[in-house]
Design a protein around this ligand. Structure first.
Ligand code: NAD
Length: 385
């Protein structure tokens, strides 16, 4: 196989899909690797480190796409110098990356035309066996950590309790809403910095995880049946959200920072902080909304910018992993490498499309959409147009 690593073209994307240390493993597995010049530069992996690892460096993206059977990417194919990346794929090639098929209809039709086999990292089933390939979790870990650092920058106050000759500085109080992968990392990071942390999540299993990190759990009547079989949160009733608003509102006057991460798979993120609730927060406090791209957990959130309302900064956080490209690329590459090993356990192997993980992640194959959920959603969208 010839494995291609193009430079990411989406604005603000700094990660690379495969780091040199794992290129070395791919070469050891008897594949060839071709990397576009500068692909790893923004993540501090210079071209020379790829050459040392055994890769060839190509001067243009077109050369990578022309030669590679398997293309490794972070982002879904996008427009680059007026050409759509997916139109550069060889017929019958394979794509591995965050495909985002529901918002990439043009890319999908280009894949179908070229009979590209498209694997989407975000569709890897979240089962124990696939944990080492779970790029959603790796990137959520990075985002949860960075969300707290963003809050420390915006907040005009320190996080830890300090007892000094100039008096006692009380610790910052942090409220984390949604304690999945990102939320738990935000709690751990805020605790490491010495803040007083409280958190809430409607899934019953989360209470123990929150407490084990040294944070307290917002006590309120928990909803019945909050979780899907896959461990995700279900969309909650308006009655429950009302009670949740009351519990959050009771805390906001004493909170310096709120990190919101609440999401419900396939739906708009739940609205947890209304405009009226923001008014109750102390001036100078900060909300970092990690659900900004899914509609936001705060009513004021604008994805990609920070707005200041009633003295409160509301950060609409977008693609935070790209702001920590070294570790984010390392973690993502490891997830992708583990998927590659599953797909091609030997250099001449073909993927086992009956395998639960392979089947789950595969979106397009042989000129057809093979994921039923994606097929139905795209058909519905097409019909609406
Ligand atoms: P996510 O990003 O979809 O959602 C973030 C959090 O928001 C979740 O914890 C959810 O419960 C919470 N939430 C939803 N509605 C809320 C509300 N109204 N108020 C407050 N919080 C709300 O979730 P995620 O972090 O990607 O994963 C969630 C869970 O999925 C994990 O904790 C785990 O149980 C499961 N998971 C399993 C595996 C695995 O086994 N391989 C891997 C990753 C995740």
């Amino acid at each position: 196989m010839i494995i291609g690593i193009p430079r990411e073209v989406v604005a603000g994307e700094t990660r690379v899909s495969m780091v040199p240390s794992l290129v070395q493993n791919i070469v050891r597995d008897k594949h060839d690797v071709i990397v576009e010049r500068g692909a790893g530069t923004r993540a501090s992996f210079p071209d020379e480190s790829y050459v040392k690892a055994g890769a060839k460096v190509a001067n243009t993206a077109a050369e990578v796409y022309r030669k590679a059977n398997i293309i490794l990417k972070v982002q879904s194919p996008a427009k680059s110098s007026r050409k759509l990346e997916s139109d550069l794929f060889m017929s019958g090639a394979t794509y591995i990356g965050f495909l985002q098929p529901l918002s990439s209809a043009t890319v999908i039709s280009s894949f179908l035309k070229r009979k590209v086999t498209g694997f989407s990292m975000e569709y890897i089933p979240r089962i124990t066996r696939a944990q080492s390939m779970d790029a959603l979790s790796s990137m959520a870990t990075v985002a949860g950590y960075k969300a707290v650092l963003l809050a420390t920058e915006k907040l005009g106050k320190m996080f830890p309790l300090l007892m000094t000759a100039a008096g006692t500085v009380p610790p910052a109080t942090v409220l984390v809403l949604g304690a999945g992968v990102a939320g738990l990392q935000a709690i751990a990071t805020a605790k490491r910095l010495g803040a007083k942390v409280e958190a809430f999540d409607p899934r019953p299993a989360v209470m123990e995880q929150v407490k084990s990190l040294g944070a307290s759990f917002v006590e309120m009547e928990m909803p019945e049946d909050a979780e899907t079989k896959g461990g995700y949160a279900k969309e909650l009733s308006p009655e429950f959200i009302k009670k949740e608003h009351e519990a959050i509102a009771a805390r906001l006057p004493k909170v310096n920072v709120v990190i919101t991460t609440a999401q419900v798979f396939g739906k708009r993120a739940p609205l947890l902080i209304t405009k009226a609730m923001v008014k109750q927060m102390p001036p100078g406090s900060v909300i970092v909304d990690l659900a900004a791209e899914q509609g936001g957990n705060c009513e004021w959130t604008k994805a990609g910018t920070t707005v200041v309302k009633d003295g409160v900064s509301i950060v609409g956080a977008v693609n935070l992993p790209a702001s920590i490209p070294v570790d984010a690329s390392q973690m993502y590459s490891r997830n992708v490498y583990n998927l590659l090993k599953l797909l091609y356990p030997k250099p001449d192997a073909t993927p086992d499309f009956n395998d639960e993980v392979v089947k789950g992640a595969c979106i397009t194959r042989d000129g057809a959409i093979v994921n039923e959920q994606v097929k139905n959603s795209l058909q519905k969208k097409g019909a609406k147009k």
